[in-house]
Design a protein around this ligand. Structure first.
Ligand code: DQA
Length: 178
């Protein structure tokens, strides 16, 4: 069973790409972990943008894979991509009571956005940081993540599979540990 959903962003809602959410039939709400998945700036161009680094798969297909994995793991996901820091922050705040966990690929915001980091801390929800590429093996400025220190863990370097591995981690890690 699936249903579509809309996130109302306080600012620049027009800029947000809302992809949707999926429910898994047969599970009670209490049993499904609700995961907010965020893609930051420029990730909407995945597939086109430097495919030798970020892969050839368009974001829409990556999101389909995420929905499929979430179904398999009995999770409910909401996915949003935005090029706007404020929209990402609004979305995090709006999901304060909904989300059990957040999976975020902050794109370049990873390396300097204290505002995004503060938002993630403020909502007191476990966060998994995800990157398509291994940021540690790239340019110097990408080796710094201002988000990592407040995350449960980071998964980087496995292309779009990084998102699936993050869901797996949330699924298989003991609740108390996250
Ligand atoms: C990225 C790595 C960032 O350094 C970069 O700015 C991105 C994508 C990744 O997924 O590998 O936009 O987060």
């Amino acid at each position: 069973m699936s249903r579509s959903f809309t996130i109302t962003c306080t600012y620049a809602a027009f800029a947000a790409r809302i992809i949707g959410s999926k429910r898994v039939g047969g599970h009670h709400d209490m049993e499904r972990r609700k995961v907010l998945i965020l893609h930051g700036p420029n990730l909407n161009l995945t597939g086109f943008r430097e495919p030798e680094l970020y892969g050839k798969k368009p974001l829409a297909e990556i999101d389909e894979d995420i929905h499929r994995a979430a179904d398999e793991y009995g999770m409910e996901v909401r996915i949003l991509q935005s090029n706007h820091e404020g929209v990402l922050i609004d979305t995090i705040q709006e999901h304060r009571k909904w989300a059990d966990a957040i999976v975020v690929n902050p794109g370049a915001l990873t390396h300097y956005s204290y505002a995004l980091r503060d938002a993630l801390v403020s909502v007191r929800i476990p966060v998994v940081e995800v990157h398509l590429t291994n940021v540690q093996s790239r340019e110097e400025f990408r080796r710094v993540s201002v988000v990592s220190p407040i995350c449960v863990g980071t998964i980087a370097g496995f292309g779009s599979n990084s998102y699936i591995l993050a869901l797996q981690a949330l699924k298989t890690t003991e609740v108390g540990a996250i």
